[in-house]
Design a protein around this ligand. Sequence first.
Ligand code: AP5
Ligand code: MG
Length: 207
Amino acid sequence: MYLVFLGAPGAGKGTQATKVCEKYNIPHISTGDILRANIKAGTALGAEAKGYIDKGLLVPDEVVIGLVKQRLAEADCQKGFLLDGFPRTIEQAKALNDFAKITCAINLAVDEKLVVDRIAGRRMCKCGESYHVSWYGKDVCAKCGEKLYQRDDDKEDTVKARLEVYNAQTAPLIEYYSNMGILKDVDGTQEMNKVFDDIVRILNDNH
Ligand code: AP5
Ligand code: MG
């Protein structure tokens, strides 16, 4: 399966992608995670990306497209992959069609108030796990014991900018993939396990 996950910031893309990739044994490719890893490692790419991410803006198409093209050429992606947070513009989606054949685009549909609450309460671990203060009371990761932290771009003003960017530049991808005949909508407002069950049902029916 060659999958794309669409959805607003905080829709649950990362949460569901982790579970789906574990179940189907495919690589989870999150452009946000790759860019943040570059910032942490102090690479030139990270330095360029940070200026955009901190403002809630998109990193330029040519940078992200190059990154994904290179990643998808690796051996572990040949039998399937899940793209989380890419494509994010029509330009990126068109470029992706030139180097990959996507079989399903899952759109996690949520409303704006919900995602603001989800992002405000999100706590991350450097191992990749993500929690929410409403259901996880500890400040260390249940998997690896590391201290949890809040993402730099999860501040209120930046979240507002991210949502505006999503509505203007990324939401049109819903129609784009619908026109390609591979869009599947999932109600992302449901409890996490229900969202996962819906995704699994769609993937089992379509692959
Ligand atoms: P990115 O890292 O992709 O962030 P995002 O799209 O803003 O999405 P998030 O990671 O914030 O949310 P999510 O949908 O993964 O939600 P999560 O599962 O964590 O991008 C960051 C930045 O990088 C961009 O702003 C841009 O600058 C740059 N970038 C990345 N890709 C790019 C691209 N292709 N082009 C250009 N620039 C790019 O869940 C959120 C919270 O809710 C968690 O606390 C979770 O525990 C909780 N939660 C999840 N599901 C549920 C549920 N069903 N019920 C209750 N709580 C839930
Ligand atoms: Mg994410």
